[in-house]
Every structure is written in C-alpha cells, then in structure tokens.
Design a protein around this ligand. Structure first.
Ligand SMILES: *[C@@H]1O[C@H](CO)[C@@H](O)[C@H](O)[C@H]1NC(C)=O
Ligand SMILES: *[C@@H]1O[C@H](CO)[C@@H](O)[C@H](O)[C@H]1NC(C)=O
Ligand SMILES: *[C@@H]1O[C@H](CO)[C@@H](O)[C@H](O)[C@H]1NC(C)=O
Ligand SMILES: *[C@@H]1O[C@H](CO)[C@@H](O)[C@H](O)[C@H]1NC(C)=O
Length: 205
C-alpha cells in the first residue's frame, strides 16, 4: 500500500495549459441539461466551476440525448448536482484525466463511483479549495484507450462523501486478482472481464 496525500494546487492553469505540460488540448465539460439530454461543451479555456452560462458563451457546446458510454478521451470535466447523475455518466467508465465539480446542494450522500484507468483527479465543491490527486503516471503511455495496460487494470473507487469535506486521500493495492475477495463491500466491476489480468485498486476518500 502507498499513501498519496492530495496536493492543494489549482487543477488547471487558466491559459488552458495543464500543470502536466499538455498544451493546446480542449477540455470537455459535461452536464445534464434536462432529464434526457446532456450538454457537451468543448472549451479551449478554463471555465469557472458550475458557470453554465459562461460555458455556453465561451465554449463550443452541443446538446445530445443521453447515451451511456464506456470510454471518455481527453480531459473531462463533469458538473453534477446529484450522485445518481454522476453515476449515470461515469460509473465504470474509462477516464484518464477527470475533474468533478459538485454544483448542487451539499452534503452528498456516501456512495461509490468506480472509474477505470484514472490517472489524474481534481475535485471541486462549493466553498472548498480545489483538490488534486495523481493516481499513477505511466511515462510510456502516449495513446488514449483502455487497452493501455495489458496486464494490469487500474480501477479507482471514489467515495462521493469526499465532496463534503476538505480531505482527499487515497491508497492503492496492487496485484489484486479478485476484488470481491479483497474488498467485499465494493461493487464488483462486472463490465470488465479479466481472467489473465490483475487489478490495481485505488480507494479515494
Ligand atoms: C460531445 O459531442 C461530440 C459531437 O456530438 C461527440 O463527438 C463527442 O463524443 C461528445 N463527447 C462526449 C464526452 O459526450
Ligand atoms: C475548442 O474550443 C473552442 C471554444 O472554446 C471551439 O471553438 C473549438 O471548436 C474547440 N475545438 C475542438 C477540436 O473541439
Ligand atoms: C456505481 O455502481 C455500483 C454498482 O452497480 C453502485 O452500487 C453504485 O451506487 C453506483 N454509484 C453511483 C454514484 O451511482
Ligand atoms: C457556500 O457559502 C455560502 C456563504 O457562506 C452559503 O450561503 C452557501 O450555502 C454555501 N454553499 C454550500 C454548497 O455549502
């Protein structure tokens, strides 16, 4: 096990650069526009958290019927106001670089959100400092996609009650063959069938 304390840094610099040195990449902001539609905005600049009208003004936005996805590429920002929407959009999806902004009433109920392949996470909740966590860094990875790690599947379980407090902590357990044996209380990722692979399980709380 390794401990990974959150760093108190801004998630992205305002120029649209990331602190990891990736330039010229738009972020995608996703939010629910009404019950059956999601709004999907491609933004070249940083938009203040949960500022829907600014996003509509500054970004290239589309509205589309909601379809469950399994993979998101690029830098994804999700503005949500309840955990069930968050779960519908993201539970058991593959996302590398994720920012979650809680835009609704607080506190949020405790639940688990499972993300596959998560490398970088940023958390925002009203009245709290943005918090950032780096889960793993694979210097060799150059392409996007879930087939990145042929022998290890990274899966992160995020406790949604972390939006209510100031902490962001994580620990990882490597070489997990059977998640239900190691973590009997966690939802098992039945969407990923791995027989010859092992998991790196990260708990974020
Ligand atoms: C956003 O919309 C574009 C165009 O409809 C689509 O290609 C892209 O996959 C969407 N992204 C997300 C994360 O839904
Ligand atoms: C990047 O975002 C800008 C608006 O912020 C938009 O005009 C442009 O089309 C976006 N580029 C891509 C590739 O989506
Ligand atoms: C994610 O899926 C698991 C398993 O189905 C479920 O227990 C959990 O409540 C879901 N999380 C959210 C935030 O919807
Ligand atoms: C944030 O702080 C303001 C002023 O103290 C308060 O009115 C508001 O309810 C707080 N928001 C949340 C989500 O706690």
């Amino acid at each position: 096990m390794s401990s990974n304390p959150g760093l108190f840094l801004l998630c992205f610099l305002s120029s649209g650069l990331t602190i990891y040195g990736v330039t010229g990449q738009n972020s995608t902001i996703l939010f629910v526009s009404d019950t059956n539609n999601i709004r999907n905005c491609s933004c070249s600049t940083d938009i203040r958290n949960c500022d829907y009208s600014l996003a509509n003004l500054m970004c290239n936005c589309r509205t589309a019927p909601f379809h469950p996805r399994t993979t998101y590429t690029g830098r994804l920002i999700v503005w949500f106001s309840d955990t069930s929407t968050l779960g519908q959009l993201l539970n058991f999806t593959f996302v590398r670089d994720l920012k979650l902004s809680s835009c609704g009433p607080s506190p949020l109920p405790a639940d688990y959100l499972a993300i596959v392949g998560l490398q970088r996470l940023c958390i925002y909740a009203a009245n709290l400092t943005e918090r950032r966590l780096s889960i793993y860094n694979n210097a060799k990875s150059t392409t996007e996609g879930p087939s990145q790690h042929p022998t290890e599947v990274y899966i992160s379980y995020l406790d949604t009650s972390l939006f209510n407090g100031q902490n962001l902590k994580s620990f990882s357990v490597e070489n997990v063959r059977d998640i239900s044996k190691h973590f009997p209380n966690l939802p098992y990722p039945s969407v990923i069938s791995v027989t010859d692979k092992s998991y790196v399980v990260t708990i974020i709380y």
